[in-house]
Design a protein around this ligand. Structure first.
Ligand SMILES: N[C@@H](CCC(=O)N[C@@H](CS)C(=O)NCC(=O)O)C(=O)O
Length: 199
């Protein structure tokens, strides 16, 4: 498998999951500004949507959309603690979390990368984001991870999204349980190895 990634982006989530699961893979770096890959080829030929991540399977099939890539990877290792039985209630809850993260957090945070955003508009996005953080804080106050004591692919996605708070100047310390969740995943060997490989 080949993971198309750009540093400091959401593609870090499938990258960490590949390492957590011990799956064989190689990395292809994409310049998100020029849309060129490291060998000079056009990334739009891989993913015409133009964004990372994309996963290429051995037969050339391309899978896109971060949460779907995460689910696909977990399905390759059904005995791993990261995998859940499709159709079971924990699996449905996992889909619920992934959708929440993609639509409420990821999509809600993306505009904050725009440095020309007027302060008032930024504040509106932040207020909305902080309400989502409050919800996550309430969930994580009594649980180590989103679905209890076992880490899921959604936890890894959440970790990556919260990492952007540094860029936005948002201090996660305001949400202590969320901060603790972030630190726990940051310290994992797979996460550290992924960071190192993307440098
Ligand atoms: N819906 C997509 C969104 C992916 C996305 O937002 N990727 C960002 C990095 S976090 C990106 O590559 N943006 C560059 C662009 O849109 O041109 C997914 O979940 O995979």
């Amino acid at each position: 498998m080949k993971l198309y990634y750009a540093p400091d982006t959401c593609s870090l989530a499938p990258h960490i999951v590949l390492r957590e699961l011990g799956l064989p893979f190689s990395l292809v770096r994409v310049n998100n500004q020029t849309k060129l890959m490291e060998d000079g080829r056009d990334y739009l030929d891989i993913n015409p949507k133009g964004y990372v991540a994309a996963l290429a399977l051995a037969d050339g099939t391309i899978i896109t959309e971060g949460p779907v890539i995460l689910l696909y990877l977990a399905s390759l290792a059904p005995d791993s603690p990261l995998a859940m039985t499709p159709g079971s209630l924990p699996y449905i809850r996992l889909l619920e979390w992934l959708n929440f993260l993609a639509t409420e957090l990821h999509a809600g945070m993306s505009p904050l990368f725009n440095r020309t955003l007027p302060q008032q508009v930024r504040a509106t996005f932040e207020t909305r984001l902080f309400r989502r953080f409050d919800y996550l804080e309430a969930t994580l106050k009594d649980n180590l991870f989103l679905q209890g004591e076992a880490m899921s692919i959604a936890d890894i996605y959440l970790y990556v999204l919260c990492g952007w708070c540094n860029v936005f100047g948002i201090d996660l310390a305001g949400w202590p349980a969320l901060d603790c969740h972030h630190r726990a995943i940051h310290a994992r060997p797979a996460t550290q190895a992924a960071w190192l490989a993307e440098k």
